[in-house]
Write a new protein. Sequence first.
Length: 312
Amino acid sequence: MQSIQTTQPRPSEQSLERLAAVHRLNSAMPAAAIEGLLPLLADRDPLVRSDAARALALAAERLGKRARTSVVVWHRPGDQDQLQSLLRQMERRAALAEPEEREALAETLGHMRDHRATDLLVAMLADVHARVRSAAADGLARTRDPLTVAALVAASADPNPWVRRAVVSALGPIQTAEAQVGLLQAVDDTHPLVRTAVARSLAHYPQARSRQALERLCQDIDPGVRLTAAQTLGQIGDAGSLDELDALSADTTVCSGTTIGETAAASIAEIRRRERGPRATLRRLYHRSRRTYRAWRESKQPPSESPPAPNG
């Protein structure tokens, strides 16, 4: 499957001039900044689009603060009216613009703290272009809005792994039970990028079922998944995670400049630093006995009978 990420080219002289214009507009009055920044979301240079998106979100945020504190003057549009006008313009552009501009719009909306912006991002999760859907998920990750969990969980079945990766990364910081269920469902995703993101996001959920999922991911065929699972267990693991990490400490596969075994050993040291005393020892013995019992039960299961061969 083709990656949706691309290498960023070095900006040209014209792009540098437009980047300078973005920075000048960043210090302008909100209305003037918005008028100048909106067209730059369609710029051909991705650096200009990204900088313009962040500057536009800051201008909208300043406008929102003024709307909450300023006195409305009857003969000119109020700040709240200008903010609503901006959101309507962005909604129209999201429906009609080219994919690159829609991606920049999603980035802008993700930096805005407004429920109407969140609604637009949820709608953009259904965009026909994977880059836009991924940017919408990244934007929702910044909002950390629990009301978006259902849409994100539905998007975790997206056909593009980069989108699914962005979605599970967004579910991590939301920290609700529903978001955790969505992450646990993605543990068996077919792509290692997604499973790695799941292992990283589970750091936000220091519960037993998250630890069990991470212990499974320690046995993953992909070294990046195993490394990330070992790192996350170092953050949220307990005495019951030590046996799995002990087994992983013999893994000499080099990943991200270190071996997986070294990462597992560091996580073991971190857990032992946290888990001291007789209660931790009892927990470890309890988890070890449960694993031994499960293995014994599985060994006693009768083999499944093969169906009879067809006659003739």
